[in-house]
Design a protein around this ligand. Structure first.
Ligand code: DGL
Length: 262
């Protein structure tokens, strides 16, 4: 495998660009190729079988493009499919899971909230992690029903989104949480609205930076870090709406966004 081959990323849509931003900031020399499977969003309400099928389809597309590592930039796909992907394909995989561990270690009220999709919260992998780290802590799990479709439509700051968030935060505030874990890669785009709705002592935690650090560690361990200083190629493919993708990405010259059916 060549070190200049791209890092591949996929998500059920535009959300994983929040992870891509962290990876690009930490590893600015790397070529990247991002697949937004917006046509099939949301994954969160699909069965584990469907999520596995879609994750395989995305992985195979990224492998066709010679990706040297695959970042599953979706909590729902990670928690339902990453073990199967690792068994089936020889390329290294990086996943994203809700950051329960740091929240559980830092909480003073012994109460944390987690906002994620139904697919993530009902997965065996999520339950295993939650059981390990939250033994003496109460955890308020809320399904962010409807949030991913709104973000996919570019409505992350709309009144509709604010109303839903208010509804989802109420039981968490009643339970006196002091940390809110964002368990979906779309949700970092809700942070400005969340900050307006939450008291300032509640900390919002997402997993983007940790995923970028883990990507660097694994690339290094495999001798796959790209140390050339050439300008990287930053490719984005969406089978959905290109305009929403454009709004979320920085206006860098190197960024190429195209529509593609996959
Ligand atoms: N970005 C996906 C995640 O992290 C959203 C899942 C969905 O499409 O429902 O879980």
């Amino acid at each position: 495998m060549n070190t200049t081959n791209p890092i591949g990323l996929f998500d059920s849509g535009v959300g994983g660009t929040s992870i891509w931003k962290e990876i690009n900031a930490l590893l600015p020399n790397e070529n990247t190729l991002y697949l937004a499977d917006s046509k099939n969003a949301p994954y969160g309400s699909k069965s584990a079988e469907e999520i596995i099928k879609l994750s395989r389809k995305n992985t195979e597309k990224l492998l066709e493009e010679n990706c040297k590592i695959i970042v599953v930039a979706c909590n729902t796909a990670t928690t339902n499919a990453i073990e199967i992907l690792r068994q089936q394909y020889s390329v290294p995989f990086i996943g994203i899971e809700p950051a329960i561990k740091p929240a559980a270690l830092l909480t003073e009220t012994k109460s944390i909230g987690i906002l994620a999709t139904k697919g993530t919260l009902s997965s065996a992998l999520f339950h295993k992690t939650a059981e390990t780290f939250t033994k003496d802590i109460s955890i308020v799990e809320i399904v962010g029903e409807g949030l991913v479709p709104l973000i996919e439509k570019g409505k992350w700051e709309s009144h509709e989104t604010k109303v839903l968030l208010q509804q989802y935060l109420t039981p968490m505030l009643d339970a006196n949480i002091d940390h809110l874990v964002l368990g979906c890669s779309h949700y970092p785009y809700l942070i400005p609205t969340l900050k307006k709705l939450l008291p300032s002592h509640i900390k919002i935690i997402d997993s983007g930076e940790a995923v970028a650090r883990q990507t660097k560690t694994v690339l290094k361990a495999h001798g796959l870090l790209n140390n050339t200083t050439q300008n990287p190629r930053l490719q984005f493919f969406t089978n959905g709406n290109i305009t929403v993708m454009e709004k979320l990405l920085p206006s860098l010259k190197a960024i190429e966004i195209s529509e593609m059916d996959f």
